[in-house]
Write a protein that binds this ligand. Sequence first.
Ligand code: PEP
Length: 262
Amino acid sequence: MRQLIAGNWKMNGRQADSAALVRAVRDMVEAQAPACELVVCPPSTLLAEVAAALAGSAVAVGGQDCHPLANGPHTGDVSAAMLADAGARWVILGHSERRTSYAESNALVREKAKAAIAAGLTPIVCVGESEQQRLSGAAETVVAAQVDGSLPPGFAGPGFAGPGFAGPGFAGVVAYEPIWAIGTGRGASAEDIAAMHRVIRDQLTDTLGAASGAVRVIYGGSVKPDGAAAILALPGVEGALVGGASLVAADFLAIVRASSRG
Ligand code: PEP
């Protein structure tokens, strides 16, 4: 399966600095034609501009969250249809920073994923345990429950058909991001990553049936150029969600180059 490398810029970026970052990513992709699939997720303020700068390239653009409804009196929110209108083709949902800061439940993430699919966006649904849950031995149960509760019907396609970008095998993505590894420089061990990806794959089969084979499971949590090749070579790891390192062109591009499988 083609690996996916997704950059999550979080609440970072201004017009001036993002233009240079986007140009560097675009130039590298044109020069090296990496076989993996690429997406960058800037903040909403920069989305249309980044999408315009990457138009015609192999790098797609995504949002970082969406509201479950298409329009309405929801001050400060952005809908999936609005993200699509601004040029997004992807959206990150249920990131632990949102689950923690805004108490987003699995049920809400599921509604958001439904809205994303309806708007033609591919959702990247994040799951992951806290450090306390890992220490208490609950990590696998927590993550399996997040997968089961956060994914709507249609997540594995083929009913999942947004305008202009549906295709065979087109399906949502699950990102395993242990909370304690995000932004801390403390990545999970190879054994723990591989074991949790197996748990997620089994749960996907239970939740979505045979079609779940089209869903990619990617890893996120302090992925840096140094360790990226080893992580991306692990069985069951079908890409990476990259936070901090996606803000530095050379680091993001080194991770893209470390992608082992298409
Ligand atoms: C993230 O926020 O999705 C993430 C993986 O961040 P970082 O790579 O900085 O740990």
